[in-house]
Design a protein around this ligand. Sequence first.
Ligand SMILES: Nc1nc2c(ncn2[C@@H]2O[C@@H]3COP(=O)(O)O[C@H]4[C@@H](O)[C@H](n5cnc6c(=O)[nH]c(N)nc65)O[C@@H]4COP(=O)(O)O[C@H]3[C@H]2O)c(=O)[nH]1
Length: 528
Amino acid sequence: MQFPSLEPLGRSQRILLTMLPGLALFVLGGLLMLYQFYSDIQHTLEAQHAYKLTKIEQILDQAQKTGEGMLQQPNLDCHTIYPEIRRQVTIQSYVRSMRLIDREGRVYCDSVIGWHTPLYSQEYPPEQRLQLWRGNRLSPWHPLLILRLEAKRSDISGIQVVVDSDYLKDRLAHLEEYSWFYLQVGEHWLDEEGGMTSPPDRPYWQQRSLHSTYYPLAIVMDYSMPHLLLHRLGQEPDQLILLLLFSATFSWGFHRLLLRSGAPSRELQRAVRQQEFIPYLQPLVDANSLQWCGAEVLMRWQHPVDGMVLPDLFIPFAESTGHIVPMTRSLMQQTAAQLGKAGLPSGFKISINVSAAHVADASLPADCAAFLAAFPPDTIQLTLELTERELIATGPPTDALLSQLHALGVRIAIDDFGTGHSSLSYLQKMDVDELKIDRSFVAGIGSDSLSADILDSILQLAAKLGLAVVAEGVESGAQEEYLCRHGAHLLQGYRYAKPMPISEFLHRSEWHNHPSQSVGKAMADTHS
Ligand SMILES: Nc1nc2c(ncn2[C@@H]2O[C@@H]3COP(=O)(O)O[C@H]4[C@@H](O)[C@H](n5cnc6c(=O)[nH]c(N)nc65)O[C@@H]4COP(=O)(O)O[C@H]3[C@H]2O)c(=O)[nH]1
């Protein structure tokens, strides 16, 4: 016999204990995953940040080289140098224009307008090394970066090299979502769309500046780590799903371990507390009308891990440890609670299996009285089926108990009649009302003549003693026909229905179509 798993804890404790390790694993794994994403994003951002600074510096390096080349020209008179200025502006990639500045700080030669009377420029004041301007007179809304180089010579003071912002903004363009790059020169900013805006102030966004060691500028990275992390999680959900599955499997394994860790007796106690022993009903059929007229209550263990467990696996153990009494009591209470208000027809027969331990327990009459009290008066006919698995002690105490039960209107049946050693002695010594013929004899009808002979003998004996006969294990039409012909009163078996939950039994019950019908006829016939 493989006994189902055992567990000593209550339901809520078990659920909590089961969930905690899985949850902890999920949180820990999630944190590790987030940290891995975080490091990865951080690394990518830093690499991009440094790369953009280098690219901007390279543009300025070229502008500087171009300006230095001009300053090395021997003659910087505007008429002489102008064609060369034009040529350089045309061939150098990033340089948009150049302006030469005389000793007084005035612009006297401009690659755009050529030579003119030296003037102090309102545009790009000459004294600063690097300036970011919104635009000039020719293109007022097109930002420009102006690099000023000092001339180490006596005729002029320096040169301004103007870089077009289109080149700069291309270098600023971001790769990752939720990260923007800005060029900052003094108080001025250039964003990657070519606008002169500084980073907006947004919650969960932060800024980091990387300053150039060669030029007075910084590349500012504006980014939101929470958004980046969420975005990354959305892009790579498989890791999260794997972690979830792993944690759930871990919880499940732990759950099983936990349930298997208790002792069998404690497991039964826990199961009684959790009401895991539930009633199933198998219909009893009136042999005259072949209508459902009652039901046998059969115990099932709705185990949280092993699923629905059949009674053969746990009843013998429960009987040997004495747990069968509270288990049967719980079953009776649940049955009464579910059937009590179901509007059962008058005379409806309910059979319940009772073990020897319960027959020796003085609480049995009280349990039966409580059961009957759950139904409207005189609605149901309660029968206790006594099995021979364990020897029932016969004698005055048992006689007294059976009398008490009879006084309550409870009937006594001998289950699996003919299979045990003491069937006949029970008949002799106990006040019994019914015999329940074991299905092994019913199975032999039509094929095994010895079984058929024993069956006939039981039926004759029952008739002589005025006992009702219930035949169980009826599976075929031939068995049904034989049993009806030979005087069985009630039939039970897969031919009519297998044991089922109470809700299904009520749903399928035939008297719902005939609410006024009484189902007590077969039993009444027996007693008349
Ligand atoms: N092959 C076949 N089987 C049929 C047919 N009709 C009914 N059965 C099965 O025969 C058993 C009848 O119950 P039982 O003789 O009291 O035999 C019961 C009874 O001795 C014991 N048992 C069940 N519930 C309780 C309970 O609440 N208390 C006690 N003490 N014993 C119980 O466990 C035994 C087995 O119960 P189940 O597995 O429910 O098995 C049930 C039922 O499913 C059929 O046509 N063909």
